[in-house]
Design a protein around this ligand. Structure first.
Ligand code: XIL
Length: 342
């Protein structure tokens, strides 16, 4: 591992990275703990990950490995994600005969019960093993409650994605998710006296683009006006070099006056292919400018997370290496830029 300035020491907010258990051992783990003080499970805390083949609830082995690793290395854990339209077992939305749930009052109640049970099982299983939320042995301090609920299109007046959650419960599934999660994480399974130990986020992508941003803002304002316990607004920021970095600043500024914190939850910057050295240098300037903006918004940001440790492990690796470190665990210009924005 190169002897470089730890990235997280150059910011006033935690810097996280999305991983699975492969990054909890050997040289990747050394690189991780040098530069990051927070982790997110890239896949293993998603709805489907909590169930075995038979549909029985149990934490995924890899989720536990990551939680253990975080606890043992003083890293925070940013949870991802309680409710999403993707990577969710199909049985959530069907009845015992395998038929799709309808919008009847009875079917809606079935789905509400499943939602509540899911959230309470997550909170209970994590607090049983790691202690109540807000206690020193439990590193979980934030969770994406709902992910990607905003529509990509402007065609709906409520601006919401037409998912199975939405089809059956309408917008109320968002309110319910936050209410159940706040009850479970911040009350029932919270340490005594702990003041809201788990910050609950809404999270979405393309929030740096104007149409999506306006729909996102309108939704968050509605939720807050209804008293829904949404504590944070997440920006995935899966961008490319073609996206002006000023758009990231506009996104943060748009939510800055609301009574919420914010987070950059899944940052990566594709170069396009072939990923030449010249493009990696441009990418270095991009990360420099992006981290300058994040530092300027430090008071509004709970954390900044990059979506993967090394280029080859990125879900977007087909579009050119989007991350801070290469496959030999060496710092790219992107790392130097991120640190240089200090
Ligand atoms: C991605 C993971 O990186 C992939 O490994 C997986 O196959 C699909 O999901 N928005 C999100 C993340 O909120 O959960 C997604 O993660 C990337 C887009």
């Amino acid at each position: 591992i190169e002897d470089l300035t730890p990235l997280y020491e150059t910011t006033d907010f935690p810097v996280g990275v999305a991983i699975d258990s492969r990054e909890t051992i050997g040289a990747p783990a050394q690189l991780l703990t040098r530069h990051f003080n927070q982790i997110t499970a890239e896949n293993h805390m998603k709805p489907e990950a909590w169930y075995d083949e038979a549909g029985n609830f149990r934490p995924h082995e890899q989720a536990l490995t990551m939680m253990d690793f975080a606890r043992d290395n003083d890293l925070r854990v940013y949870g991802h994600v309680l409710v999403w339209h993707s990577q969710t077992p199909a049985w959530f939305f069907t009845d015992s005969a395998g038929q799709p749930l309808t919008t009847s009052a009875a079917d809606q109640q079935v789905l509400r019960d499943r939602l509540r049970t899911h959230i309470f099982n997550v909170a209970e299983s994590m607090s049983e093993r790691y202690g109540p939320f807000g206690s020193p042995t439990n590193p979980l301090y934030a969770f994406d409650a709902v992910n990607e609920v905003v529509s990509d299109s402007g065609e709906y007046s409520d601006g919401l994605r037409r998912s199975e959650w939405y089809r059956i419960l309408g917008e109320s599934f968002i309110d319910l998710t936050f209410e159940y999660a706040d009850e479970a994480f911040n009350d029932v399974y919270a340490a005594e006296g702990a003041d809201r130990p788990v910050t609950l986020f809404i999270n979405d992508y393309n929030t740096e683009q104007s149409g999506k941003q306006a729909r996102y803002l309108a939704l968050v304002q509605r939720l807050l006006a209804r008293g829904v316990p949404v504590h944070g607004v997440g920006h995935q920021f899966h961008v490319s070099l073609a996206m002006p970095v000023s758009a990231l600043e506009t996104a943060l500024e748009t939510f800055a006056d609301l009574p919420v914190t914010q987070a950059v939850t899944e940052l990566d910057v594709t170069t396009g292919t072939p990923a030449t050295q010249a493009k990696f240098i441009d990418q270095g300037y991009y990360y420099r400018d992006a981290f300058r903006i994040f530092r300027a918004y430090a008071d509004d940001l709970l954390a900044v997370t990059v979506w993967g440790l090394t280029d080859g492990r990125s879900w977007r690796s087909g579009n050119g290496g989007p991350l801070l470190f290469d496959d030999n665990l060496r710092a790219k210009p992107a790392y130097h830029g991120a640190v240089d924005g200090e």
